[in-house]
Unconditional design. Structure first.
Length: 319
């Protein structure tokens, strides 16, 4: 469902604005255009070695047979290109949407970005050779002209879960760098991951958002504390009473809410009652944990809160 949400460029724009501009509307939906999310690069010998035209014809079939192809599928990929008076930029941006924590994200995203750059390089090399634009031996060997540049690639992560993201955010965090001197470490490739997660988003950033992502992040963030949920529902009753089915479904799944399927299939979904029920569940869980902390017995808690032993055990095991 979350991938479907990101077909909306307004959602993507909100994501970028919160991550990089504190929610200010620096990037607009119209600044984004869709790209094929498939990252693929096929490698064969003339990617590296210049050979004569006759040799190319002779070895063409064999090279194709021996080619190596690496193919990966992103969740979403966009070209961001804008000159709106606030921002002038051209960059390729991918988004990976996670409902659970992924401990290999830095390596996975690094691979996506490297494949995209390799594809850009191969396309430029092909264009330059077909149009006889390479003038020197060095340019012919490289396949590109001296000074040519490429479109930068960035991959962000959108985490729609209630837990705190505790996975690495950089490549260096995933390396065993024990004993590596600073003089070498400076040349070990690194890559930072920008992560949008409910826990980190601020009230000011939420207020600046224009897309349904606002209530998805806000609802998930508030769901971890019954008092926060009570405040959130009261402050957003009008919006939460009229959510689209996709937004309501994402909130329901992320917060483990038992909303009937037929209710989520409606065009206009009222989430207030379900969120209030979630608040009451959180309130009960908070009381159970507080009573356990001060040493109250299971029997006392069950009788006092009118819950079952199974429910008590579930809350205790999930804390």
């Amino acid at each position: 469902m979350a991938k479907e949400l990101y077909e909306d460029n307004l959602v993507f724009a909100d994501t970028m604005n919160v991550l990089f501009f504190d929610g200010k509307p620096m990037i607009r939906a119209q600044d984004l255009s869709p790209l094929d999310p498939t990252e693929e690069h096929t490698i064969f010998d003339d990617d590296f070695v210049s050979i004569t035209e006759s040799e190319e014809k002779t070895d063409k079939t064999q090279r194709k047979a021996e080619a190596f192809s690496n193919q990966k599928y992103r969740d979403v990929l966009r070209m961001l290109q804008t000159q709106n008076g606030k921002l002038e930029v051209r960059i390729i941006v991918g988004a990976e949407i996670q409902s659970h924590i992924h401990y290999a994200i830095p390596i996975r995203n690094f691979e996506y970005d490297a494949l995209n750059l390799s594809r850009q390089l191969s396309a430029r090399q092909k264009y330059n050779r077909e149009n006889h634009l390479l003038k020197s031996k060095n340019e012919f060997l490289s396949g590109i002209k001296k000074g040519e540049t490429f479109t930068p690639v960035l991959t962000v992560v959108v985490y729609l879960g209630k837990e705190t993201w505790d996975a690495p955010k950089t490549l260096h965090e995933m390396f065993n760098l024990d004993g590596v001197p600073e003089t070498l470490l400076a040349y070990v490739p690194d890559s930072r991951t920008a992560i949008l997660q409910p826990e980190s988003v601020t009230s000011k950033q939420l207020a600046r958002m224009k897309s349904p992502l606002r209530h998805i992040l806000g609802g998930i963030k508030a769901s971890t504390n019954w008092q926060d949920m009570n405040n959130y529902v009261n402050q957003n009753k009008n919006d939460l009473s009229h959510l689209d089915s996709l937004t309501a479904g994402i909130i329901s799944e992320a917060c483990n809410m038992n909303i009937p399927k037929q209710e989520l299939e409606k065009e206009d979904v009222n989430m207030c009652e379900a969120l209030v029920q979630l608040k009451e569940i959180g309130k009960t869980e908070g009381k159970v944990l507080a009573y356990l902390e001060v040493g109250k017995s299971d029997e006392w808690i069950i009788n006092h809160l009118q819950i079952t032993q199974e429910k008590l055990d579930e809350i205790r095991n999930n804390q």
